[in-house]
Design a protein around this ligand. Structure first.
Ligand code: 5GP
Ligand code: ZN
Length: 113
């Protein structure tokens, strides 16, 4: 059994608040939102982090970045938004399945880190 929590969410074994899905990508609301809009966008294939992106799987990442503006528009983020992907221990990545945080609905802090 796959013990990756995001793989289990994608499979429907763990409930989630879905905001978008297609054949390559699943997006759902973060369980602990850090902004009025906080959506996680994940590839359906298990890639451990941004450090695992290479020529064999980068097409899904390009696709995610085509999907992000659609989700942002659907969420009403007309004034902008922030995309974050934590990678590895120094960045405090807690779930080892590549994901992009879409944060918006308020003014973000000027400092990124
Ligand atoms: P990371 O720290 O790896 O960049 O982000 C992981 C994110 O996943 C966190 O913001 C956390 O709140 C979210 N998360 C962890 N477990 C669950 C879950 O079971 N459901 C949902 N919707 N989000 C989760
Ligand atoms: Zn996974």
């Amino acid at each position: 059994m796959n013990d990756c929590i995001f793989c289990r969410i994608i499979a429907g074994d763990i409930p989630s608040a879905k905001v978008y899905e297609d054949e390559l990508v699943y997006a759902f609301r973060d369980i602990n939102p850090m902004a009025p809009v906080h959506v996680l966008i994940v590839p359906k294939t298990h890639i451990p982090s941004a450090d695992g992106i290479d020529g064999t799987n980068s097409a899904v990442v390009a696709h995610i970045f085509e999907v992000i503006p659609k989700i942002a528009a659907a969420e009403g983020l007309v004034n902008g938004y922030r995309i974050v992907s934590n990678c590895g221990p120094d960045a405090c990545q807690s779930v080892k399945h590549l994901h992009f945080h879409l944060l918006g609905g308020r003014q973000m802090a000027d400092s990124m880190a």
